[in-house]
Write a protein that binds this ligand. Sequence first.
Ligand SMILES: Cc1cc2nc3c(=O)[nH]c(=O)nc-3n(C[C@H](O)[C@H](O)[C@H](O)COP(=O)(O)OP(=O)(O)OC[C@H]3O[C@@H](n4cnc5c(N)ncnc54)[C@H](O)[C@@H]3O)c2cc1C
Ligand code: FES
Length: 515
Amino acid sequence: MADSATDSSRDLTNEVEANSIADGGMILGHVGKDHVVLARSGDRFFAVGAHCTHYHGPLAEGIVVDNTVRCPWHHACFSLETGEALRAPALDPIACWRVERTGDQIFVRDKMPQPSPARQRVAGSRRHPSSIVILGGGAAGLAAADMLRREAYEGPITMISADRDPPVDRPNLSKDYLAGEAKDDWIPLWPPDTYEERRIELLLGSPVSSIDPAARTVLLENGTRREFGSLLIATGADPVRLPIPGHETAEVHYLRSFADSRAIVGLARNAKHAVVVGASFIGLEVAASLRTRGVAVDVVARDHLPLEHVLGADVGRFIQSIHEDHGVVFHLGETVTSLDGRKVSLSGGSTLDADFVVMGVGVKPSTALAEKAGMAVDNGISVNEFLETSVPGIFAAGDAARWPDPHTGERIRVEHWVVAERLGQAAARNMLGLREPFDAVPFFWSQHYDVTINYVGHAERWDSVKIAGSLDRRDASVSFFHGGKKRAVATVSRDRECLEAEVAMERSTVTVRRN
Ligand SMILES: Cc1cc2nc3c(=O)[nH]c(=O)nc-3n(C[C@H](O)[C@H](O)[C@H](O)COP(=O)(O)OP(=O)(O)OC[C@H]3O[C@@H](n4cnc5c(N)ncnc54)[C@H](O)[C@@H]3O)c2cc1C
Ligand code: FES
């Protein structure tokens, strides 16, 4: 029998029995050449484009929650009523079709015109800063600029970035792009014209050297100053640089920017052997991509199991085994003691021969500008629930920000793409006076060859772990509990379960708040 979530052969312009779709259910079909999802929420029916505007994820395999549909791959959330991408990582809307109900029969009719990206401005207690400067051209910075225009902010927006490239799809830099499976033109988040169309001034290759909160200006390294009515600091995080003796004699690379990834691709074309230092997400994704290119890879890491501190011993062992199956050689419980040209010496006494070395030993939040300007900083720029720093009118978002998380009751800082974008979106709305506490449940994904791990929640520590299914069969969900409460869930090939866990965590926090 055809699967109603994966088979698009059904013509949705023909009648569909209302009762054939359960509340919260979806069926896939088509209207002309377009793949369309017909979804039910309560007694309402909606027809929307079947593919997520982030990476084309199959929305019919996601879930419907209160007139929205969530993508199973990286948890973007779209309004079923307007198609708007309400939550990152998708930024662009999906198309909507008109739905008619006659008795018990549903018909999908014509495609509705795409609404303008700018919403109608809601009257009320809005602020309209004279200008907005966004410091940083990464995930949080771009998502904030996008949201400011969507919220019909009309004033000048300037995005200042130290990078020479415009904002890019950074997660791709260690995955498909590095593996040679994504083209250069897939990497920019927006085509160049979009900045002009949306009146966003983009200053690239422009490091900022200081912020003057009293004068409401930022000073660029080139000596020019920019005034701001309101400022968003989205400077991300900087890679940790280990002072390994001899590092200047070897080809040592860090992976943060598009330029870094291009440089590693250039080396990998003619390399036979690389050493990755650090069994971090980025280190391991680099290892996987280099193996896909046929480069032999050794991973050296101080940990005894990869990613054990984030995902626990079972998932750590599972990830190690996937890499070993692909030929990666691990040197765990070891450090690099020196580099000498092609020779990499390890603390255990062995040496490795490397055409180049990639360091993936973690990042630290980029907080120097905020600290110098007198803002409160504590392992990240401290912000309140509205993402405002200790200086009114200056906000922070992304890897650099540490916020009060309602789900754990702790102040947290995370280094996840989707969270950075959602923080940027929320900060943008709060810069306009909407006063919305940031309460998204953290989510990230990581890809190792053909295995993707999705993770929702936040567990810096746990006292028990429960595995459902089997990691060896690559079909599992792993729940992390602390004090009897489920803090996080990691899944392999169980995307729907991961989405359901996200919704459950959102709802349990709402319940706690209401009580
Ligand atoms: C290779 C790679 C792969 C990743 N893959 C994943 C993944 O699969 N899943 C996931 O969840 N997360 C992933 N991450 C993490 C994710 O990319 C980050 O969490 C996210 O980019 C953080 O966004 P941000 O806007 O805070 O900072 P960034 O995206 O780092 O942007 C910071 C910006 O600030 C600018 N900047 C910094 N200092 C200054 C200054 N003084 N003046 C001017 N500009 C400045 C930088 O140039 C940059 O434009 C990955 C990260 C990397 C590096
Ligand atoms: S493909 Fe839908 S969120 Fe990534």
